[in-house]
Design a protein around this ligand. Structure first.
Ligand SMILES: Nc1ncnc2c1ncn2[C@@H]1O[C@H](COP(=O)(O)OP(=O)(O)OP(=O)(O)O)[C@@H](O)[C@H]1O
Length: 284
């Protein structure tokens, strides 16, 4: 296996009693990569994270995280992996700061990093609040800050920006981009296609437990760009959308020759449209 692959999944399936939740998943995630697992509610995103973090066992297939089969995941791997999901496991009666300090002590992390992270997720001024008095978004940010204490090699995030206000969501996304740049592999689930397009290096589109396609967001949009068209802004401020054709080509050449064109863009579908085309359903 390639050295910088930190998550490798082959033919992974999961069935609950009478329902198949995941069917033959295959993908890999590398260091320094943000991998988006995109799918509507019930498509199997959380089940996948649970299997990859050793909280659930697959029915068949193989999954390896940081060189270890997921069935063998134990405490030692948790030192290298960060997990941010709903079941946060915060100490409800301790303050924000004490929650951070408790884990920092276990992990041997200094005070500066606690302050740095609390500041980055906008919680430094709330550091003396008791955890069970935090809003949902604040608690979510505290779980994220805690997961980043030890600069994990792999970070799992379930819907990292859901429930956050727009400016905090931007701050969290910046933090994730920095982490990726420092070499952390980030596996995130989301419904938010716009966010995934901007943030993720690769995405897998999941529907009913099946990966219907995967690749770089831009490449996927280009792949399904069946009705190619161009959006053109002319100097007289008229905006025109034209289909990809010989005739359009001639018009464009003419506008350029006459110095009449301001801008031209190709009109690719969004990831959301690609998903709808592939599955016939929206990402609700
Ligand atoms: N413990 C369980 N027992 C039985 N079925 C389950 C269990 N956990 C999940 N499922 C089923 O597996 C399927 C996938 O669920 P999962 O929670 O992974 O979806 P999801 O994509 O994370 O959805 P959401 O975006 O709503 O969180 C669903 O049909 C769900 O009902």
């Amino acid at each position: 296996m390639e050295k910088n692959i930190v998550i490798n999944v082959e033919h992974l399936s999961k069935a609950f009693k009478n329902e198949t939740a995941l069917k033959d998943l295959n993908f890999s995630v590398r260091s320094g990569e943000i991998f988006g697992f995109l799918g509507p509610s019930g498509s199997g995103k959380t089940t996948t994270i649970k299997i990859l973090t050793g909280q659930l066992t697959q029915t068949s297939g193989k999954a390896i995280v940081l060189g270890k089969p997921v069935e063998q995941i134990n405490e030692s791997i948790y030192e290298q992996v960060g997990i941010v999901t709903d079941n946060s496991g915060l100490y409800e009666r301790m303050t924000v700061y004490s929650n951070m300090k408790f884990f920092a002590n276990i992990l041997g992390v200094g005070k500066e990093r606690i302050d740095f992270l609390l500041k980055r997720v906008g919680l430094l001024e709330h550091k003396d609040k008791i955890a069970n008095k935090l809003s949902k978004g604040m608690a979510q940010r505290l779980v994220l800050a805690r997961a980043l204490l030890h600069q994990p090699k792999v970070l799992f995030l379930d819907e990292p920006t859901s429930g956050l206000d727009p400016s905090t969501a931007v701050a969290v996304l910046e933090l994730l981009t920095e982490l990726k740049e420092s070499g952390t592999a980030i596996f995130l689930t989301t419904h938010n296609m716009d966010e995934a397009t901007k943030l993720c290096d690769h995405v897998a589109l999941l529907n009913d437990g099946i990966i219907v396609d995967h690749g770089a967001p831009k490449a996927l949009c280009l792949k399904y760009n069946k009705n190619k068209s161009y959006k053109i802004l002319l100097k007289d401020e008229s905006e025109i959308t034209l289909p990809h054709s010989e005739e359009t080509g001639k018009k464009i050449s003419q506008w350029i020759a006459n110095n009449e064109m301001m801008t031209i863009h190709s009109n690719e579908p969004t990831l959301e449209k690609v998903f709808i085309e592939l599955t016939g359903r929206e990402l609700l």
